[in-house]
Unconditional design. Structure first.
Length: 100
């Protein structure tokens, strides 16, 4: 009885989502990781409590590889003690392309 309420249009939409999932799922996962990492001072997207050692580990990892999203405080300073000019790179340090 309940299966009769499910329309063909709904099943077609589910099929389209399932077929294209290998293309959009890695993008969504990478965006989630970037936003969650950029909000580490506030406990991430979900606001969970993190100890200071975990926050420092994430910040050092971010400094090591270079963050693509940079959070700023309300007064215009960048969070994490980074300067306004961004990360300075030496000539020997190649810019890595960060992709999905």
């Amino acid at each position: 009885m309940y299966l009769a309420a499910i329309s063909v249009d709904f099943l077609a939409k589910l099929l389209i989502i399932a077929v294209f999932m290998p293309m959009w799922l890695p993008i969504v996962k990478e965006l989630w990781a970037e936003v969650n990492e950029s909000l580490i001072d506030e406990g991430g997207v979900l606001g969970k409590e993190l100890d200071q050692s975990e926050i420092e580990r994430v910040k050092s990892e971010r400094r090591r590889r270079g963050a693509s999203l940079i959070s700023e405080t309300e007064d215009g300073r960048r969070a994490g003690g980074e300067g306004r000019g961004g990360r300075a790179r030496s000539n020997s340090q190649k810019a890595r392309r960060r992709g999905f």
